[in-house]
Design a protein around this ligand. Structure first.
Ligand code: PMP
Ligand code: GLN
Length: 382
């Protein structure tokens, strides 16, 4: 038998590949994006409590009511935008599920979907598996801002969806009000939807504010906003997130969600519902990661890399094109083996593997780990 591959060009994700290499080489893993520290012990207590109290059967398909309520309250408190807990908030098993379900809800065979590259690796496969056609628009160097003229030229009668991500992985760019306004202007008279990946919403630097797509009225009516508790509470292994969308969009989203995972771990939902009542538990993240970014960037200045400090997310890009023309993939592998620090080559976030000679480091690690990595990165590699 010959199984016809639906994703013939896709291999194992770079995050898995580089994490394995880091383990094999006993290297510091600044490649895959996950915090190198644990969540608050109180969160352990809450989960233990709900598990031992017997909250261990299926949660309602769209999420535990009190949890959806708390997500709606947080959204209203932080952004001043209201969503109805019962009909506009859906709990999912990670933002990856939210992105896939939202794309599936919108995209039909032959529909064009605008992807701003570099972009997170799950977007294009979600589009392709639904019969959609990715239309790639490159972000503009050096800051990886959106080139709106290029987006405008990419829009056709077949464009059904645009996928956006702010704060951006891997580049750290944070959308401005002008970005939101321009997008609204471009699509307001068309039936174009938005899947907005905002998993780093609480990680912005130097006083920048995260602007969700739903903060703009024209964008709100057509946006599926995808969030993740993994980044916000240092629990990437829990795979729990949510989707906020207007009622009609949510109805379609839930039709997909119920056959993808049906529902999400019950005790985790109750625990997070309690935990998120205290806003300081997520509002401190900007300052927490701003300090880590600064520490990491100060150390990078002693290396040969060139860089511009990230505006948001917990990733820092560095360039080495002034030193070598080696491919970013080869360099990332060699650095893991020879210097003992693993990173992600940025070319993997481009469909055609465009190589700007850049690497991505995750600085969501203990200070001592970052300091050790920075020391190793001063070693000679070129
Ligand atoms: N989007 C982006 C930009 C990410 O960086 C990640 C993962 N870290 C995800 C989505 C997936 O989030 P989750 O782990 O909640 O599925
Ligand atoms: N989002 C993480 C990153 O960008 C990885 C998540 C994963 O391994 N799938 O590194």
């Amino acid at each position: 038998m010959t199984l016809f591959s639906k994703l013939p060009d896709v291999g194992t994700t770079i995050f898995t590949v580089m994490s394995k290499l880091a383990t094999d080489c006993n290297a510091i893993n600044l490649a895959q994006g996950f915090p190198g520290f644990d969540c608050y012990p109180y969160l352990h207590d809450l989960v233990n409590y709900y598990v031992s109290e017997g909250y261990n059967q299926y949660a309602p398909m769209s999420g535990v009511p009190i949890f959806k309520q708390r997500i709606a309250e947080k959204t209203s408190r932080v952004y001043g935008v209201d969503f109805k807990a019962e009909s506009e908030v859906t709990v999912v098993s990670g933002a990856t599920e939210a992105l896939f379900a939202a794309v599936t809800a919108v995209v039909n065979k032959g529909d064009e979907v605008i992807l701003l590259e570099p972009c997170y690796d799950s977007y294009a496969p979600a589009v392709v598996l639904n019969g959609g056609v990715p239309v790639y628009v490159s972000l503009r160097l050096p800051d990886f801002s959106v080139d709106w003229d290029k987006v405008k030229s990419a829009i056709t009668d077949k464009t059904r969806l645009i996928m956006v991500n702010t704060p951006h992985n891997p580049c750290g760019y944070v959308w401005t009000q002008k970005d939101l306004d321009t997008l609204a202007e471009l699509i307001q008279d068309r039936e174009i939807y938005i899947v907005s990946d905002e998993v780093y919403e609480h990680i912005t630097f130097d006083g920048r504010e995260h602007l969700p797509m739903f903060s703009h009225p024209v964008l709100k009516e057509r946006t599926f906003a995808c969030g993740s508790f993994g980044k916000t509470f240092h629990i990437t292994g829990w795979k729990i997130g949510y989707c906020l969308a207007p009622e009609k969009l949510t109805a379609e989203f839930r039709k997909i969600h119920q056959f993808l995972t049906f529902s999400t771990a019950t005790p985790l939902q109750y625990a997070l519902a309690d935990f998120m009542m205290e806003p300081s538990r997520y509002l401190h993240l900007n300052a927490f990661y701003n300090r880590k970014r600064d520490l990491f960037c100060r150390g990078l200045m002693k290396t040969d890399f060139e860089f511009t400090p990230a505006q948001g997310s917990f990733f820092q890009l560095v360039s080495y094109g002034h030193l070598s023309q080696e491919s970013d993939y080869d360099l990332a592998v060699r650095m893991t083996k020879q210097l003992g620090v693993a990173s992600i080559p940025v070319s993997v976030f481009y469909h055609d593997k465009t190589d700007h000679k850049m690497l991505r480091f995750c600085f969501a690690k203990e200070d001592e780990v970052l300091e050790k990595a920075l020391e190793l990165l001063q070693g000679s590699i070129f």
